[in-house]
Design a protein around this ligand. Sequence first.
Ligand code: ANZ
Ligand code: ZN
Length: 880
Amino acid sequence: MFPYPSGTLHLGHLRVYTISDVLARFHQMQGRHVIHPIGWDAFGLPAENAALERGIHPETWTRQNISTMKKQMEAMGGRWDWDREIATCDPEFYKHTQVIFLRFFKRGLAYQAESLVNYDPVDRTVLANEQVDANGCSWRSGAKVEKKMLKQWFLKIKEFQEPLLKDLDALAKDGNWPERVVAMQRNWIGRSEGTKLRFDVTSNDQTQSIEVFTTRADTLFGVQYIALSLTHPIVQAAARQDSSLREFLAGAEHLAPDSKAGYLLRGITARNPLAKVAQGFDEEIPIYVAPYVLADYGSGAVMGVPGHDNRDHAFWRVNAPDSPVRHVVFPEKGSPVTLPAPGSVSDKPLLEKGYVADDIPGFGGLTSEEAVEAILSKPDMAAEKKENWRLRDWLISRQRYWGTPIPIIHCGSCGPVPVPAQDLPVRLPELDDAYFLGKTGNPLAEHPTWKKTTCPSCGSAAERETDTMDTFMDSSWYFFRFLSPRLESKPVDPKQAEKHMPVDVYIGGVEHAILHLLYARFISKFLATTELWPAGKKVLGEPFKRLVTQGMVHGKTYSDPATGRFLKPDEVDLSKPANPIIRATREPARVSFEKMSKSKHNGVDPGQTIATYGADVTRAHMLFQAPVGDVLEWDETKITGVERWLTRVLRLSTAFWMPVTILERFTSPNDLDAPLNKILLHLQQSDLLRIQHRDLVRIKADPTLPGAEFIHTLAHTERLLWHKTQETIASVTKSYAETISLNTIISDLMTLTNTIWDTPHTSRTVSYLQWYAVCHLLRMLAPIAPATAEEAWNVLHTTTGKKVAGSPRHPLRHFGSTVRSIFAFGFPKADLEGASRLRLKVQCVFAVNGKKKFVTGIPPVSDRMRYYKKDEITDFVLQK
Ligand code: ANZ
Ligand code: ZN
């Protein structure tokens, strides 16, 4: 996910781009053509806010931030395809956002409609929900925000709701998308199956009916009230004659959405549809107006069942405190209807499905499912099965400057007309820095000339649309643009899209699990219906094959246990890092890890960490501290472990060497991955190893024979080292390529480092094998710590060797006169067959009840002590 250019890189950025850089480098080393692009999600509010506060053009602010952040990214040792760099605020980019919008428009998938918005009367602008504080005031002007009906642009995402829901199954398969994200998407789309029921209503003058949607028609026996949304037609009609209702409605706009406020409508009651088929249900049911009922879900009306629903229960307790709730569905068969007294232990909603109370005529004893079927089967009740979706069409209008202008011209006679292709992009009006200072309203609407134009269709005077698009629109298709970033004629070259889409690995924060990913899936599915990405149909129009959501980075936080107050770093004595002391009181400070924020004084500047420890140590520490999906507790005191390890790796590169006579035999980088046989042969030919004559004949006959035919040539410790190296290559490759388990890669490499270091020097062969192992170690390390690996590699291949008989003493330069980059050598391939043919045995003691029975060699699975499963042990052993 590309960054928002907010000004400085934070640890969250560092984490996500380290992960992507590591994966990109790994796949490149495995010989793949990797596109590792970067760009800027450059439109949006913070730039505009900076403009209003400081009198600086949003573009100036944005470009400055981009250039600072670019430098910081380069400092972290990442390698991106800068030649594909894009910024969504470039006219060359937003031209195509406009092209895509117009494709929606021409297909009837973009429309204008009145919608209730937050309006700030002082700044004369529409606000996003996040910009309205808890008291209903504007974050900026402090003015009381009004709800206003305004004409807004929408995209018909609901037309795509079926595939957006269904195709989640394909994404979830094989764990390609995290379960959690799939669940959140599913929930947001929110398909729900239920029943439509009709309650007849009697008021003084006429009879009408109220339709409700319920997922629990089996609780119909327990309905105690009906609740209507604020805009329900019955409420609107009643308000015309009822001034206190009008007051209630005006006040209700400012209530929290979970408020349990209610207004009882007088002179009007409802009748349970059960009255038509069963006795005992012909009571008059009260009707309330309640803000908790959503106007645009179901039919904007709820049948209130306090005995079986949490919200209804809470509402009933507030609005009818003395009236008992009615329980009508029970976990066990055979219970009668109960009416527990308000406030008693049993006065709580029973949320589970179960059996209808025994004493309900005609339905008693049915299961919840059977009861719903029975209700549906009674024609008199006019109940119907119904499906509801929570998803709403996407409101993309913003009355803001810093976004993509919506390319529409409003004509008095032709209506909304698309801007012709040759006139795109519709550019933002050019304004001075000073213009923005303290400005109110929408600059596009208030500009003296910008919006004046002529109708492309009839030529009469017309006005441009002055809304810009939600920035989620830019970020819903930018990944296509990376494939042909400079193409002028189209948003994306369909051939490139066919070749490279979907994105193989998409990495970003879980905070984007819902909206960004949903919109990106929507736009991609739409593009797959156009000639821009026809090949997309084969992959269901899904843009991201695999999704990795990295966890948050939490900062080390100090607080005073006595008061709970968060302490600034200079208020804490850290001379003993394990026991931080509050300077003022000399009491121990409490340490916790919390989301980084100014108020907790726990922010960390990654630039500082990189300056202190270097990019590689910072990267490796970041990856080592937690699996990529987990919260990472950033604790700089632990960084020394990784620092020491990388220093040790550097030292390894000078500790072992290979005589030039052998290096000269390697003619290609692939020889480094040669089977053990071939390596042994090289050693033998250089007179460094004695191989029995019988074996030599065979090895010469076929030096490419995999494995260790001649393994008895090697001593036990030599075999162990070789085996460990191969085993590490296999497991590390899997962690990079399949499980993306980057923290375990580091621990595997640390173990290998120790094994290489600790292998006793029992023979000359050992040091050659150590040299090989270091080669492999560095190649496996390169994606994570590229600079360290490169430097160590250089040293490893240029060190002057110690004098060894038969080897000339000069710098061991090979593969040409200068050492080639480690990245040119690719990633090592495990000689697994060879390793398995080592027939490595570990001496294993078999004991029963602590008494030693016998000792035998068995193949090791790892060099740590472990218990074996029965099926890993031969019959021979079991019999013994
Ligand atoms: C009675 C009932 C009894 C309900 C019970 C639930 C449990 P989902 O699953 O999200 O579709 N509901 C219906 N329309 C609503 C609206 N406009 N605003 C707020 N709530 C509304 O939720 C469906 C349930 O949400 C419906 O089923 C209804 O409450 C409520 F023991 O009906 B139920
Ligand atoms: Zn016209």
